[in-house]
Design a protein around this ligand. Sequence first.
Ligand SMILES: Cc1cc2nc3c(=O)[nH]c(=O)nc-3n(C[C@H](O)[C@H](O)[C@H](O)COP(=O)(O)OP(=O)(O)OC[C@H]3O[C@@H](n4cnc5c(N)ncnc54)[C@H](O)[C@@H]3O)c2cc1C
Length: 283
Amino acid sequence: MDSEFVYLKPPSLSDLLKHLEPWGEQSKVLAGGTDLLVLLRRHSLSPAYVVDLKGIEELQRLEEVEGGDVFLGAGITVNEAAHSGLVQKRYKAVADAANTLASYQLRNRATVVGNICNASPGADLAGPLLVFDAKVQIVSARGKREVLLQDFFAGVKKTILRPQELVYGLILPAVAAGERSLYLKQARIKGHDLGIVGVAARLDSRKKFHLAMSSVAPTPVRLTRLETLLNDSPWSPELPEQAAEAVREEIRPISDVRASAAYRSHMAGVLVKRAIRYLMEEG
Ligand SMILES: Cc1cc2nc3c(=O)[nH]c(=O)nc-3n(C[C@H](O)[C@H](O)[C@H](O)COP(=O)(O)OP(=O)(O)OC[C@H]3O[C@@H](n4cnc5c(N)ncnc54)[C@H](O)[C@@H]3O)c2cc1C
């Protein structure tokens, strides 16, 4: 039997928040639906209300705001982010990751914010957003709050969002000219699978490295020990290999249907080495 729920597509943010406030835990927000509909079909979730945010104009914005920061609204699809000149130019790792997520057709539905809210340890967009210190703007009928993305994840498929809250959008802090970044992903097959490992790396204008990884911990993680090692070491031809060894010490991946812990750990080192080498050569 199909799941039964009331479907609503409010035309404004205030309408949507008015619905979420009393329904709380009985409701689910629908963005692209590429994660949510799978769960509804499997009966893993049975909300009484499904509230679609796609009718809300103000969530469909991807634009520069004060101070050169970029706002990416909750309605922006993965393909819109991948094709945006602003994202490609300033936050290349985000565009790279967007281009690796699932298939082109799925990326036309899936949203960037949905990828974050789903909170899969393998979420492709999480690592790139972490290395740019993205902030999450959260809204409810009671007000607004903002948290760093690294404080947003609370465990496997868990976030700090309260049931009445909606993610309004993300703020990507301004970057200086000449910054470089990339995202590298190892997956079993191209196009329909979460990664075995995903590495996001950024070299900022002060020549500091920022690194994050997906699929190696219960949540996407910032590699702070590796960052310290890299940023405290003089650049040398051996540095990428040292980084590969260091990351294998820092992470504790698990074995699952996609890969063994040993293979994940090996590939994490390989991808980190490639990423650091690329940034050093280009930087
Ligand atoms: C075949 C297939 C392949 C896939 N491949 C990949 C892949 O390679 N890499 C990858 O990372 N993911 C992959 N995914 C997962 C999925 O496509 C992404 O996570 C996608 O970005 C989710 O976005 P969405 O808009 O569809 O989210 P939805 O399904 O609409 O929502 C996901 C969750 O987030 C909540 N939510 C969404 N928006 C908000 C909001 N603004 N505020 C509060 N809560 C919100 C929903 O209630 C739900 O719990 C794949 C999925 C499928 C079906």
